[in-house]
Design a protein around this ligand. Sequence first.
Ligand SMILES: [Zn+2]
Length: 387
Amino acid sequence: MPDPLPELPWDVARARVHEIRDELAGMRERTAWGQRDAGVGFVPTPEGLRSEALIREAGGLVSLEVQRRAAGELQAIDDEERVALDGRTKQEMVERLHAEAAVAMSAHQAALDEVERFMQLPAEERDVDQGVALVNRVRERGEALRVVGRRIRTLQEGEDEYALRRTAVIAAHTRAVLGEARPMGPAQGQRICWPVGNPRARSAVHEAAECFPTSWWRASEVGIPLCVDATPDRAGYSPVVSLQLENGGTQVVSLLQVSEGQPTLDRAPGYATAVHELSHRMEHVSRGRIPAAEQVFLWRRTTDLATGQRQPLEQYRQQVDEFVRPDGFADSYVGKDYGTPGGACEVLSTGIEATMGGAFGGLRGEGLAYSPDEDHRRFSIGCLVGL
Ligand SMILES: [Zn+2]
């Protein structure tokens, strides 16, 4: 559990957040945060560690205010859910669905067996109408089985309606509180990406743009031009891509590809992944400042402070070339190691995808699949408000 924070009126908390931002403004250089180290990857400086703690303090103050403002709406959703669950816990609900799935599966198998027996009849004894009825029954029971399967998956992946509604409420208040703490979103009239590429992907990115501070967008404006497109595969951000132009020339751009990904209740499809990938854009244009802060966070979370030993790397979900330090993160992907100390990582991207887009249980343990990680939540919101 992260350190408890004092309950401050928002005016006082906001003044403290401004103080922290002024202090962090001195941490411009990447080397102020830490140094690359051949043995353990990265070693933070004392100032780096202190600054990372300040980021979490600022994020915690915002997080507390969000919690305070959202409490009434969250309570109303909880009450509704309690009525719907009718005295059962979510775990019991999953067990009940598994029992329903077992029944649906044997009903489906029984229908298949009947078709099999029908096919073994001599041709002259097969009644066409009966055959059609048997095949229809297989189809119906197969569909019923799929419906139960989907319900189990949505519950287990934390995407059930109540979890989505709660994370949407939290995200809306987070955006509002951040907007009171500093200017957020692109500057007036700023074009954030080229007017080419998939329009749906671009509208998701425009909606997601509001999650980032105006000063970060100013840094993006002077960086390599940003190009946005959709992909049916994994979303991604490539800092430097050579784009073939229609006139035969080429142009160097940064390419941000959005996939549909995690559903969000009240945002454009692809919003959560757009938020994630835009975080990588912001890392890229921050001159190493954001990645350095993330590396300090990762170091603190994945190092035995007594021995200085870092947790060993593990393969991520059977991906041959992806490695993580899983720690107690909501998802081990948070601890991804790119083998480039000081370079981009997944702390901020997953953190903002969670706090703004509801992924990973919002880092609040929403749904059944993810445990809460208030420390990571505070760090992610703290970067948005403090860097
Ligand atoms: Zn990423």
